[in-house]
Unconditional design. Structure first.
Length: 575
């Protein structure tokens, strides 16, 4: 298809200065390059250039979904509350779920995800194992009422997402499609030009036990990762912590009370006792769903992973400062010895190696040394409770882990029967018995992926798009307009490119050369053909590669053919 745009007709209001509220490169540059504008906190209007790039991402995603046999549908963003009540998520999803009522008082929500409605859609249609498996996807708007929307498209309230859902008769069938989706997601990342890693993750509010995130590596990423050169990687929230720990106590010790006035933190305690923080035990307090007290004991130098703790104690809620008085316990001086009756005590598995612990005495200004599990207190359960850190051993090969930050651009989940059981969505097997569907779900953040591309592909001058998602592929930049030398040559080259199917824009503005060059780099046109009076007189034009910054000259008569060839090769690299 022939695409030839003119800068004089393009609605792309660029900005010379960085917006004051833009904290990351993608947010700053999409605003400056005239690709989007803020409508409200976390909600944006896409302008023509930004929308063209969004469509490029969508096209890549659709091609990869179609390649593995997933079929496109479109579901409503406004969803009836009764479906969410059937799944059990209406009351537990949290304030991010935007709820509303129609004029009859019926309750609805703005869909942050579509597990409920897709399950309701197929449950009366897919009735036999012979119809399975089925995989359906959509590209649609989502809404999550984030408490703190920030970073532009990276944490918005309204965003575009591709979400897919699959229905299976067997776990083997689900596993096969899960792996096909994961492979497709890897191809999507490659075609977007992203440096990425698949990482082990937590399923969060979606549910299920098996999930993988696809992370675009970027310092601006909100997710902290640990990884190993062997290929293993995980979000620190989900990573198994294989910690290096050197126990201090090698034999039984007497239990001793130590006065520790005004010592409330582990750092203060370690300094007061003259020991390494590793050889103290930090105790955190929480409550169960039924209101019971929970003590969580971890090595003093590590941080509690609340997601891991909640997997051990479902619906665990850590106590706020004002909650301690209700349980008659003292913040900063907690410990397992003499804990209130019926307190559930869970300890990090690393502490099994320590024979005697230094812990809070459960009274103000006092700690205990020599506290021994089994003698002085009982442990109700051992678990991996701490957040993995760089330097921990890789669970796969044992080598020390490294750290990185990432932007989650996509995720795949094995849901099992979480939704099908709750919503009575079943099929009939060969023997006529009813079984709940075994389900998977798979999401790609379209607009988030676009932002991730910019986070990885920019410099001090602007965006440096991979050609696969650039709003247009080539810019022809005549340094003079309205003349009978430069403008005709530029127009002829631009038309030849467009006729060959190259997405082209010509900067026909009567602006200074410096303004045109600055906007070309800010917007990030992958290839820029510069046509000047002196060059035309010498029979040449200049070609600039935005990504590398390399410049070369091409004879005027061969310019279009040479650029067409470069575009074809660049496209092939992302096909």
């Amino acid at each position: 298809m022939s695409v030839l745009l003119k800068m004089t007709e393009l609605y792309a209001p660029t900005l010379k200065e960085d917006p004051v509220d833009a904290e990351v490169a993608s947010h700053r540059l999409m605003l400056r390059a005239g690709m989007m504008r803020r409508a409200a906190a976390g909600i944006y209007t896409f302008l023509p250039l930004g929308w063209r790039s969004v469509h490029k991402v969508e096209r890549i995603v659709r091609e990869e979904m179609d390649r593995i046999g997933s079929q496109e549908v479109l579901m409503p963003i406004v969803q009836p509350a009764e479906l969410w009540q059937q799944s059990g998520r209406w009351d537990v999803y949290g304030p991010e779920l935007a709820r509303l009522k129609d004029r009859q008082g019926r309750e609805f929500c703005l869909g942050p995800t579509h597990e409920e409605i897709i399950t309701a859609t197929v449950r009366d249609e897919l009735r036999s194992y012979r119809q399975l498996p089925v995989s359906l996807y959509q590209v649609n708007m989502k809404f999550r009422d984030e408490i703190r929307p920030r970073f532009g498209l990276l944490r918005g309230r309204e965003f575009i997402m591709k979400d897919a859902y699959s229905f299976h008769a067997t776990q083997e069938s689900l596993q096969e499609h899960y792996e096909a989706m994961a492979t497709a997601y890897g191809r999507i990342c490659d075609r977007l030009g992203l440096a990425w890693r698949p990482v082990e993750a937590d399923s969060g509010q979606i549910g299920g036990k098996v999930t993988t995130e696809f992370m675009a590596l970027a310092e601006s990423g909100e997710a902290a990762l640990v990884y190993c050169d062997c290929g293993w990687a995980a979000n620190v929230e989900a990573a198994e912590a294989v910690t290096a720990y050197s126990p201090k106590a090698q034999s039984a010790q007497p239990l001793e009370r130590v006065e520790t006035p005004e010592v409330k933190t582990i750092a203060e305690l370690a300094a007061f006792l003259g020991v390494d923080a590793m050889h103290t035990v930090k105790t955190m307090a929480g409550r169960t769903a039924s209101g019971g007290l929970v003590f969580l004991c971890i090595p003093g130098h590590r941080e509690l992973n609340e997601l891991k703790a909640a997997r051990v104690v479902p619906e665990l809620e850590l106590l706020a400062d004002e909650d301690f008085a209700a349980f008659a316990i003292h913040r900063g001086f907690l410990g397992p010895v003499g804990a209130p009756d019926a307190t559930l005590i869970i300890a990090d598995r690393t502490l099994k190696a320590e024979l005697a612990w230094t812990v809070g005495a459960n009274e103000p200004d006092a700690h205990l040394t020599g506290a021994m599990p089994g003698r002085d207190f009982a442990i109700d359960g051992w678990a991996d409770l701490v957040t993995a850190e760089p330097g921990d051993a890789c669970p796969a090969c044992g080598e020390p882990l490294l750290a990185a930050r990432g932007i989650e651009v996509s995720q795949v989940f094995q849901l099992g029967t979480k939704y099908s059981e709750a919503m009575d969505a079943t099929f009939m097997d060969e023997a006529g018995a009813e079984h709940p569907f075994i389900m998977g779900c798979y999401g790609v953040g379209i607009t988030r992926s676009l932002a991730a591309v910019i986070e990885q592909h920019h410099d001090e001058y602007g965006i440096a798009w991979p050609i696969s998602v650039a709003p247009l592929e080539v810019a022809v930049v005549p340094l003079q307009t309205g003349d009978d030398v430069v403008e005709p040559v530029a127009a002829r080259i631009a038309q030849a490119l467009a006729d060959a199917g190259v997405e082209t824009i010509i900067d026909d503005r009567s602006e200074r050369a410096g303004v045109k060059f600055a906007d070309a780099d800010l917007i990030g046109w992958p290839l820029q053909v510069v046509v000047g009076k002196r060059g035309v007189a010498d029979g040449i034009v200049e070609l600039k590669d935005r990504t590398t910054g390399e410049r070369s000259t091409i004879p005027v008569e061969h310019a279009a053919a040479a650029v067409i060839d470069l575009v074809k090769r660049a496209r092939a690299a992302f096909a």
